[in-house]
Design a protein around this ligand. Structure first.
Ligand code: DLL
Length: 433
C-alpha cells in the first residue's frame, strides 16, 4: 500500500516538482533571511541563477555552526506570527538547533510520517504505541501526528517508566511500537524480567530510529519482541522523523524527495558523489516555510540508490546510516565506527546486547576498552570459559576494526540502559573542544 501517489511518479515528474519548489525556496530565503542572502552574494549567486534542481550544487552549504551563529531564530524565513511550533535538539556546538514550523510545515511533516507508517503496513485499523519522547525532541510528536493522520489509534506514552510501557503493551495490545532501537531491546529485557514474553504482546511491527543501529540489532529485536522491525530516519533540522523510511523490500530508506532533496558529498572535497558511493548526506528542504535549509550537511554517512524499488515507489533510497562523521572515532590513526563493534557483539550468543566503549590516551597512545555484559548462562560458567569468550571477542573486534582493543566482560545489568538515544562511547581524550 502507498499513501500518496507522488511516491511513484516518474523521474521526470519528480525533477519538475523539485525544480519548481527549489526555485520558490531559494527566492524565499534570499528575500527573507540575511544569512542566506549574504552567503549567496559572497559567492556571486542570485536566485535567478537557479533554473532547475540541476543547479542545486551551485548553492552554498549550511552546517550546524551556521545555525549556532544564527541561534535561535536567525535563519527563519517566516515571521513569528506564522510559527505555531518549535522543536530543538541538542548539538555538539553547545547551542541547541531550533526548528520552527508553520501550520503548513506541520501538515507536510505529518504527511511524510503517514507515508512512512504506510510503508510499514500501518492502517487506520492499527494501534500505535509511541514510546519516543514528547517535548522538544521531534520523535514523539512526529510519529503521533502521522499516526493520527492515517487514523490509527495512537497512544502517547512517551519515553521512560518501562514497567508502565509494558503494562500498556500487554493490556492495550497495540499492533505497532515505535521508539529507539536501544529502548526496544531494553523493553524486551524488562518484559523477560517481569516473567512475560512476546506471547503476551500483540505487536506486528516496530518502527525504530533516531540512532544508528545494525542488521544484527534488528534481528535481535525482531526475535525478542516477535515483530517486524522497520528503520525510520530524520533529523530536527530537516523536519524530524519521516525524512525517510524503509519499505518491506528492506533495501534502503525511501526519501520523501518531493520535500527533502538528498545529495551525497565527499566530506573532504565537498564534491557530489554518484549513486551507491558512501559519503556525507546533505539535504535541501524545498517546501518548508519557517525554517528552510539549503544544502544542510547532516554529518550522517550513507549512500543513495536511485534505481526503482520492487515496492513500486520511485523515490531515491538511502542505505542504513553507517554512523556520523562526527561520531567516528580516530584511534591510533584508524577510523572506527561504534556500529562495527556493535555488530560483532550482537553476533555472539555468550553476551547480552549491552556495551560501552571507553577511549583514553595513555602518554601518546590511544587505548580503547570495551565493556560487554555477559548473559546469565555465561556468568554462572567457570572463569576459563569467560576468558575464552573475552579472547574471541577481542580477536573478532580486531579483525573488523583493524586495531586492538581490550575487552572486559561484566556482570549482567551493570551497564547503563537508555530510554532515548543510546550513548555507547565515552571518549576521555578531550581531543575536541
Ligand atoms: O532523531 C528524529 C527522529 C526521531 C528520527 C524518531 C527517527 C525517529 P535528532 O534528535 O535531531 O532527530 O537527531 C538526528 O539522529 O542526524 C542521525 O545521526 C540520527 N538518526 C536519526 N534516525 C536515524 C536512523 C531525530 N534511523 C540524528 N538511523 C540524525 C541512524 C539516525 N541514525
Amino acid at each position: 500500500m502507498i499513501w500518496n501517489k507522488v511516491e511513484t511518479v516518474s523521474k521526470d515528474e519528480l525533477h519538475a516538482i523539485q525544480s519548481e519548489r527549489l526555485i520558490k525556496t531559494v527566492n524565499r530565503v534570499y528575500d527573507n533571511v540575511g544569512y542566506y542572502r549574504k552567503k549567496m552574494d559572497a559567492q556571486g549567486i542570485l536566485p535567478g541563477d537557479i533554473k532547475s534542481i540541476d543547479d542545486l550544487s551551485k548553492l552554498p552549504f549550511t552546517d550546524k555552526y551556521d545555525l549556532a551563529e544564527n541561534y535561535p531564530f536567525g535563519t527563519f524565513a517566516a515571521p513569528m506570527s506564522e510559527v505555531v511550533r518549535f522543536h530543538a535538539s541538542s548539538g555538539t556546538t553547545g547551542k541547541p538547533k531550533v526548528a520552527g514550523y508553520t501550520r503548513n510545515d506541520l501538515a507536510v511533516w505529518s504527511e511524510c510520517v503517514a507515508r512512512c507508517l504506510t510503508m510499514a503496513g500501518m492502517t487506520k485499523e492499527d494501534m500505535l504505541h509511541v514510546a519516543f519522547g514528547y517535548g522538544l525532541f521531534t520523535g514523539g510528536f512526529g510519529l503521533h501526528q502521522g499516526s493520527e493522520l492515517i487514523g490509527a489509534a495512537t497512544i502517547p506514552v512517551s519515553g521512560g517508566n518501562t514497567e508502565r510501557q509494558i503494562t500498556i503493551l500487554t493490556d492495550f495490545k497495540p499492533t505497532y511500537l515505535c521508539c529507539t532501537p536501544s529502548y526496544a531491546l531494553y523493553i524486551a529485557s524488562e518484559l523477560e524480567r517481569m516473567g512475560k514474553s512476546k506471547e503476551d504482546l500483540n505487536l506486528k511491527a516496530g518502527i525504530f530510529g533516531a540512532e544508528p543501529w545494525t542488521d544484527e540489532m534488528k534481528a535481535e529485536i525482531e526475535k525478542k519482541l516477535g515483530l517486524k522491525a522497520y528503520d525510520i530516519y530524520g533529523l530536527t533540522e530537516i523536519t524530524g522523523p519521516g525524512v525517510s523510511m524503509c519499505c518491506d523490500e528492506n533495501n534502503g530508506l525511501h526519501v520523501c524527495a518531493d520535500h527533502f532533496v538528498p545529495e551525497i558529498i565527499n566530506p573532504d572535497t565537498l564534491l557530489p558523489e554518484g549513486d551507491n558511493t558512501v559519503g556525507e548526506l546533505v539535504f535541501t528542504t524545498i517546501s518548508k516555510e519557517a525554517f528552510p535549509l539549503i544544502r544542510y550537511r547532516t554529518r550522517d554517512l550513507t549512500s543513495i540508490d536511485s534505481s526503482p524499488c520492487a515496492c513500486g515507489r520511485t523515490s531515491p533510497r538511502m542505505a542504513r546510516i553507517m554512523g556520523r562523521s562526527d561520531d567516528m572515532l580516530i584511534i591510533r590513526g584508524v577510523n572506527v565506527f561504534p556500529s562495527q563493534i556493535e555488530s560483532v557483539i550482537l553476533k555472539s550468543s555468550d553476551v547480552a546486547p549491552y556495551y560501552m566503549i571507553y577511549v583514553d590516551r595513555e602518554g601518546l597512545l590511544d587505548t580503547m576498552k570495551i565493556k560487554v555484559e555477559m548473559n546469565s548462562e555465561l556468568f554462572s560458567d567457570e572463569v576459563k570459559k569467560i576468558e575464552a569468550v573475552e579472547r574471541k571477542l577481542r580477536h573478532d573486534i580486531e579483525s573488523v576494526i583493524g586495531i586492538s582493543a581490550s575487552v572486559e566482560l561484566v556482570e549482567a545489568r551493570t551497564l547503563p540502559r537508555f530510554e532515548g538515544k543510546a550513548k555507547h562511547v565515552i571518549d576521555n581524550r578531550k581531543l575536541y573542544k
